[in-house]
Design a protein around this ligand. Structure first.
Ligand SMILES: Cc1cc2nc3c(=O)[nH]c(=O)nc-3n(C[C@H](O)[C@H](O)[C@H](O)COP(=O)(O)OP(=O)(O)OC[C@H]3O[C@@H](n4cnc5c(N)ncnc54)[C@H](O)[C@@H]3O)c2cc1C
Length: 332
């Protein structure tokens, strides 16, 4: 049985109180919301904070009035009528119902990066002399790499990037707002631009986008994404006036595909336009061999998934394709 290391537990009632604790404790402290990512990580000794600052009793993080509080559970996000489609589809496909009842939007956005050589017990990692992300010096995925290539596996981030959402970060020093895309850095270790004393408090999603999220995973019931494609568009009749396509789970950060977004502007979503935009998306998908399923196949299907997303935005009925993907069982 994997045991948690010892830690001190703090339970502030407000963001200001939590921020004060973080400022006072410095790097000894970490935030915990639902704990569905952090606590298993602590059991595997990926993180060993001396102080856990729980956000569960901070009611101001659970508001849903025009903005989404970071402390809302994923189930609450899915159930809200105010949730845009891509965000709902992404949140609904995170983990399992139990985990979605515990896991929060803020925790999902700040989710640790993942890798075959990292998401293992301490003993397993010790047996390979650890890895660059934690306790070691070599990246076993790309041994010549100076950078950790652990992969971003958050489902909601690509959806929120496509929706052009903005987050608020609060600390004892004050508040700042940044686009969701700017929260992420392409570095498996230093994957967030958030400083350790900052609390993600809310997410603001602008209105007016038609949106969708497509997720590739081994099991349709639950699994981390190994590819996530989110697409959002503003349509003027059947002409795209603005579009944003984001990819997740193919790099250490989720990111916007500017070229595809630009290409779609002013165009009708014909089969030819969709095929060209999907090729631009697939061109930017450069998955590494550090998650589930064959790397080359994952790259190949990025094209299909981008096309599915765009066809759904066009108004095609994609329910059968979604069901087929959910049922898909790759050969062992
Ligand atoms: C079996 C299993 C399957 C899973 N499948 C998926 C999946 O398919 N897709 C997916 O995206 N995730 C998946 N997860 C991961 C996780 O359950 C979700 O991402 C969940 O949303 C994390 O939220 P949390 O509140 O539990 O985060 P926590 O574990 O509490 O925290 C995660 C990280 O975020 C930080 N944090 C939390 N809240 C804040 C805040 N407000 N401000 C700043 N930092 C904060 C914590 O310090 C920690 O570093 C899975 C987990 C398990 C165990």
């Amino acid at each position: 049985m994997l045991r948690l290391p010892w830690f001190e537990h703090r339970a502030p009632r407000s963001v200001a109180e939590a921020a004060k604790i973080l400022a006072g404790e410095g790097p000894r402290a970490m935030l915990v919301a639902g704990g569905t990512d952090l606590l298993p990580n602590m059991k595997r000794r990926h993180q060993a904070p001396r102080v856990l600052v729980s956000l569960r009793q901070v009611d101001e993080l659970k508001k849903l009035n025009g903005t989404f509080g970071a402390g809302l559970t994923l189930t609450e996000v899915v159930r809200s009528e105010k949730t845009p489609i891509a965000l709902r589809q992404a949140a609904a496909q995170v983990a399992t119902p139990h985990l979605r009842n515990m896991g929060t939007l803020g925790g999902n956005l700040c989710l640790d990066t993942r890798c075959t050589y990292y998401n293992q017990s301490y003993e397993w990692r010790k047996a390979i002399d650890f890895c660059l992300k934690k306790d070691g010096t070599v990246c076993w995925v790309a041994t010549a790499s100076k950078r950790c290539v652990a992969v971003s596996s958050t489902d909601t981030a690509p959806a929120l990037i496509a929706l052009d959402a903005v987050i608020k970060l609060s600390s004892a020093k004050g508040e700042r707002e940044i686009p969701v895309a700017a929260l992420y850095q392409n570095d498996g270790i230093d994957y967030l631009s958030r400083t350790p004393d900052e609390i993600l408090t809310e997410v603001r999603v602008p209105a007016g986008w038609k949106s969708t999220y497509w997720k590739l995973r081994r099991r349709g019931s639950f699994d981390f994404p190994i590819l996530g494609v989110a697409a959002a568009a503003k349509l003027d009749g059947d002409i795209v006036s603005e579009a944003r396509i984001a990819l997740g789970a193919v790099a250490s950060r989720p990111f916007l595909i500017d070229k595809a977004s630009e290409f779609l502007k002013g165009k009708r979503l014909t089969d030819e336009v969709i095929a060209e935009a999907a090729a631009l998306v697939a061109n930017r998908a450069k998955p590494m061999d550090n998650t589930d399923m064959d790397l080359y196949w994952r790259k190949e299907v990025a094209d299909d998934f981008a096309a599915y997303a765009l066809r759904e935005l066009r108004g095609d009925d994609m329910r059968e394709t979604r069901q087929r993907i959910a049922r898909y069982q790759p050969a062992a």
